[in-house]
Design a protein around this ligand. Structure first.
Ligand code: SAM
Length: 229
């Protein structure tokens, strides 16, 4: 699939996109990520993408022209003919991004993530593009870039062939709504007096599976109650 990102700070993405699972997915051709600098779509010599809000108020807003031109260019250059591109604007006022949304996005062929900065977007960006509005959580980030990285990462690991072990995405936390995975341990069997549960050392696969299912059930209940898993 393709994910294109419209941002004022394309330089923030290099490490995140090159390392680990995202880097491997891109090199394997499972995921194709494009970065587009909104400033390339400005027309003044200062390349200014923001301006003061009408009616007063603190901070600056992203002007409609460069943002919309940038997205239009992405759709023209990178859209897949005959297939819908999904334009997603990152905003703390959007629909909450969860594992269900990650799954929904992973089924798309092309997603455009639009990152805000300053005090956000001129409303006409939303009126012109009619994007999905998406929030990565009930808090305010300084810009949409970290939100776009979170969305890209969560979506990428659901793409077939992105993970080394095809099992991993299906057994982890949130694979089913409200489900938290069982505690996990690696060597040594005892560390600072803390022992790995006997069941996991038993070599009895049925017993291990029962233990994991029960621990997952207990942790899920505790998490739903807002207690420590
Ligand atoms: C400082 S925020 C602007 C907040 C805006 N004044 C408001 O009250 O909604 C700047 C940009 O960061 C991004 N952003 C901040 N928090 C976010 C969140 N929780 N989810 C997604 N994007 C977020 C958005 O792209 C936003 O335009």
């Amino acid at each position: 699939m393709r994910i294109d990102i419209a941002t004022l700070f394309p330089g923030m993405f290099a490490e995140v996109l090159d390392q680990s699972i995202l880097g491997r997915a891109r090199r394997a051709g499972v995921l194709d990520v494009g970065l587009f600098d909104i400033r390339d779509f400005t027309s003044d010599r200062h390349r200014s993408a923001d301006d003061r809000p009408y009616g007063g108020g603190p901070g600056m807003l992203l002007r409609p022209e460069p943002v919309v031109l940038c997205v239009e260019r992405i759709l023209a250059e990178r859209g897949v003919s005959g297939r819908r591109s999904r334009v997603v604007l990152l905003t703390p006022a959007g629909r909450a991004f969860g594992q269900a949304e990650a799954r929904e996005f992973a089924a798309e062929i092309h997603i455009v993530l639009v990152c805000g900065r300053y005090e956000g977007f001129d409303q006409r960006v939303i009126d012109a593009l009619r994007p999905d509005l998406l929030s990565v959580g009930p808090y305010v980030l300084s810009g949409g870039e970290i939100a776009a990285m979170a969305v890209t990462d969560a979506v990428a690991r659901l793409l077939p062939g992105a993970l080394g072990d095809a099992e991993s995405a299906s057994v982890e936390t949130h694979a089913e709504p409200g489900v938290v995975e069982a505690p996990q341990y690696t060597r040594p069997p005892e560390w600072r007096g803390l022992r790995v549960p006997e069941e996991l050392l038993s070599g009895d696969h049925a017993r291990i599976a029962r233990w994991r299912a029960e621990e997952s059930r207990k942790r899920s209940l505790r998490t739903q109650d807002g207690r420590r898993p």
